[in-house]
Write a protein that binds this ligand. Structure first.
Ligand code: SF4
Ligand code: SF4
Length: 147
């Protein structure tokens, strides 16, 4: 019998680096700015995207230096899985951490990186402005309506 695919038989912490990296679907939804309710600590996504994102390829233009250039940019690491509830609900790392399967449009299932954009599951389908086009005070005006 064929062995089950790695994301169904391993926890995030058990994955090797290659498996871990391949789990990212490239949606870039995590590159949207978030605002936190100071009273409830609830996190809300906005439709404001980081200025370092290439809006054609949906990839970071400064991937190696991203955390230096954008202090709010978070590098996902296996030891932090317990905090992954801030990630978008379709994020592969969050789905696997919550014991769910990958969506059918995930590149690991389709073999095509473009399947994410084709399924309207990437940041390109939701973003309205880049962060260098507005002031920080305006972030609140761009809360993402997730309904
Ligand atoms: S939201 Fe998750 S799957 Fe999408 S780009 Fe960010 S880390 Fe990768
Ligand atoms: S620095 Fe790159 S990876 Fe980080 S939020 Fe901006 S575009 Fe996304």
């Amino acid at each position: 019998m064929a062995q089950e695919v790695f994301w169904r038989r391993k926890t995030l912490r058990e994955m090797n680096r290659e498996e871990w990296e391949s789990l990212c679907d490239g949606c870039a939804l995590c590159c949207l700015h978030k605002v936190e309710d100071e009273d409830t600590q609830e996190v809300f996504y906005t439709t404001v995207v980081c200025h370092l994102l290439d809006m054609n390829s949906c990839q970071c233009t400064e991937y190696e230096r991203r955390c230096q250039l954008v202090p709010s940019c978070i590098r996902l690491e296996p030891e932090d899985v317990e905090t992954f509830d801030w990630l978008p609900i379709t994020c592969s790392y969050r789905l696997i951490h919550e014991g769910k399967d990958l969506p059918e449009w995930h590149p690991l299932l389709t073999g095509e990186r473009s399947s994410v954009q084709q399924a309207n599951a990437s940041v390109l389908s939701v973003y309205e402005v880049r962060d260098n086009e507005i002031s920080e005070d305006q972030l609140i005006d761009f809360i993402l309506d997730e309904d």
